[in-house]
Design a protein around this ligand. Structure first.
Ligand SMILES: *Cc1c(COP(=O)(O)O)cnc(C)c1O
Ligand SMILES: [Zn+2]
Length: 369
């Protein structure tokens, strides 16, 4: 098992403490094995029921907090059947636990003692939680303008927080510099994070009785989750467990939409943009490193991207609260995006609700006062 560069095809062993190729390209991994449906009935209710698909060495001991197996809730909206995947019901409160569990398992297996990561949001919280579970040191770099409230969860898990003056890019550069002495376990760069995210596809397939829906909507920041879903659904088709891929529909806020613009313009990589603030802060990623793979995944599934306004996001957030679904505004962008699809494309869609509103009740109280 090894890493393969998406750009030049260069290969590296999994024991290498690198986060990208020498050429600057991002890395991918593939598993030569897959689970069988028969084996699943005897397995534990976590993402680890699918472990053959991860491409991890067999001896690697899972770092798990019971992540995954989130509910799929069916509802009728405007006369259409849809389903919500409540992926905010995870140990640290977002879907990122799927990725953190698999990536931290690799980190522990190769003997890393301290990781660095740059995220003040849900990815930072997930990595800090799984570092705590693994007994591995964790330093999270965040821009110094990050409100302290957002760092509480990360700190309480025991991670060290380093505030970096300047832009988000300066924070990213600081994490990469720190990678000289610690492992940069990046949710944006490391492909094992995506292997973990792919488990949502396997779950949806199982929860729908061995079928896949016509469309899956997911909020897109870096696009890592969309890429992970594509990996999962492709593997199901390759194994003969599903007939075709669902259309993968990525939703971005107009205020920060480098991938949506790239899709509209037919670009192979992200579009250059000047980002504006958005209530969907979890998808405000100006330069998504794996953009080429994300756009290829959207196109390869016959899917599309959708751009949504701040008002449409807030409206959708409120509508979810009205259904008893307490997701954060970033997550609600999928419902805003679904509402903008041509009616014929709405029926049967699965919308993934990615993060919990419980992390920001104070802010939500102000937004919807
Ligand atoms: C990180 C995050 C996203 C975006 O995921 P990407 O993999 O970066 O596209 C969406 N919603 C929530 C709640 C998140 O935390
Ligand atoms: Zn390369």
């Amino acid at each position: 098992m090894h890493y393969t560069c998406f750009s030049c095809g260069g290969q590296y062993p999994l024991t290498d403490r690198r986060f990208r190729c020498d050429c600057g390209g991002f890395l991918t991994v593939e598993s030569s094995e897959f689970f069988t449906p028969e084996a699943l009935s005897e397995r534990d209710f976590s993402i680890w029921r699918y472990r053959e698909a991860f491409g991890l060495p067999e001896e690697a001991e899972p770092v798990s907090l019971g992540e995954g197996r989130t509910p799929l809730v069916r509802r009728e909206i405007a006369g259409q059947d849809v389903a919500f995947k409540l992926d905010y019901l995870q140990p640290s409160g977002s879907f990122k636990d799927r990725g953190a569990s698999v990536l931290m398992t690799l980190v522990k297996f190769i003997g890393v003692e301290r990781i660095v990561e740059d995220s003040s949001g849900n990815a930072g919280a997930a990595m800090a939680a799984y570092a705590a579970a693994a007994g591995i040191g964790c330093t999270i770099f965040s821009p110094d303008y990050t409100p302290d409230g957002k760092l509480v969860q990360i700190r309480l898990y025991g991670a060290q927080v380093e505030k970096v003056p300047g832009t988000r890019q300066d924070t990213n550069d600081a994490a990469i510099r720190a990678a000289a002495t610690a492992f940069y376990a990046s949710h944006l760069w490391n492909p094992f994070f995506g292997q973990g995210l792919a488990t949502a596809a396997y779950e949806i397939w199982e929860q729908m009785g061995g079928r896949v829906p016509p469309a899956v909507l997911v909020p897109v920041g870096s696009g890592g989750y969309l890429e992970g879903l594509a990996i999962g659904f492709r593997a199901l088709v390759r194994a003969g467990y599903a007939a075709a891929l669902p259309r993968l529909i990525g939703v971005q806020a107009h205020n920060c939409a480098p991938l949506h613009l790239a899709w509209e313009r037919g670009l192979a990589d992200y579009a250059a943009i000047e980002p504006q603030p958005t209530v969907a802060e979890g998808i405000a990623v100006q330069r998504p490193p794996r953009a080429a793979a994300v756009l290829a995944a959207v196109r390869g599934s016959g899917g599309r991207t959708v751009g949504v306004s701040e008002e449409e996001i807030l409206d959708a957030t409120k509508a979810l609260f009205g259904l008893g679904l307490f997701a954060e505004p970033t997550s609600a962008s999928v419902l805003a995006g679904w509402r903008k699809l041509p009616p014929a494309e709405r029926d049967g869609a699965v919308m993934i609700l990615t993060g919990s509103g419980l992390k920001q009740t104070k802010r939500l109280g102000e937004l919807f006062a």
